[in-house]
Design a protein around this ligand. Structure first.
Ligand code: S6P
Ligand code: ZN
Length: 195
């Protein structure tokens, strides 16, 4: 075996929390880390003043960011809303647009929202046991529409990288909000325009 081959390894995944051990890349995103991404800016300001809640946590195990390697990652989105819009991730395209990703639902009730730069949009529920395939060229955002943590596992090419800027400036075509107590997709009035 060539000396530069990496050794196989295994990790422990806690299905109740999404924590993987060991973990060498932990990210916590608070509301203040995603300014202007929720449609209701008044509700956003109120929540910021009320303590800047942690919206989601990401546990990833980093390996070399090289072609051939895969990254494994869990995301835990805490339940809640900003105004009537459910807690969600920032959402991103992969910097290398020709890379896919697979998500597996582990806990809670969520949705995966996807869009393309050509204006395409798709959404699908993600619950424990759902496998979703995110093809190359689709931006992806996840949303917790339930009353407990929404947790999912993901795996994607280690050289994919992340482009957050496109979604930061353009948003998603649709928003997922609560209407009459039910998760409902509504057109994003500021889609395509800087927030
Ligand atoms: C990475 C993968 C997920 C997200 C995570 C947080 O390609 O899609 O691990 O990074 O769900 O979302 P975001 O949009 O803040 O990266
Ligand atoms: Zn991704």
């Amino acid at each position: 075996m060539p000396m530069n081959h990496m050794q196989p390894f295994s990790l422990e995944l806690d299905f109740q929390t999404g924590i993987i051990r060991p973990c060498n890349n932990y990210i916590e995103r608070r509301l203040s880390d995603m300014p202007g991404m929720y449609a209701d800016h008044e509700a956003e300001q109120k929540a910021l003043q009320g303590g800047d809640p942690v919206i989601y946590q990401v546990h990833q195990y980093d390996v070399p960011n090289e072609n051939g390697h895969l990254l494994v990652v869990t995301s835990t989105i805490h339940a809640g809303k900003i105004g009537d819009e459910y807690h969600m991730t920032k959402g991103h395209y992969h910097a290398r647009r020709d890379t896919a990703e697979v998500y597996v639902g582990l806990q809670g009730q969520g949705y995966l929202l996807l869009c393309t730069e050509e204006g395409g949009f798709e959404s699908m529920p993600v619950v424990p046991g759902t496998i979703t395939y995110i093809p190359p060229y689709w931006a992806h955002r996840t949303v917790n529409v339930g009353s407990e943590d929404f947790i999912f596992f993901g795996v994607y090419p280690a050289d994919a990288g992340h482009d957050y800027g496109t979604i930061e400036s353009e948003g998603f075509p649709m928003l997922l909000v609560q209407r009459d107590g039910v998760p409902t997709l509504v057109p994003n009035p500021t889609y395509g325009r800087p927030a």
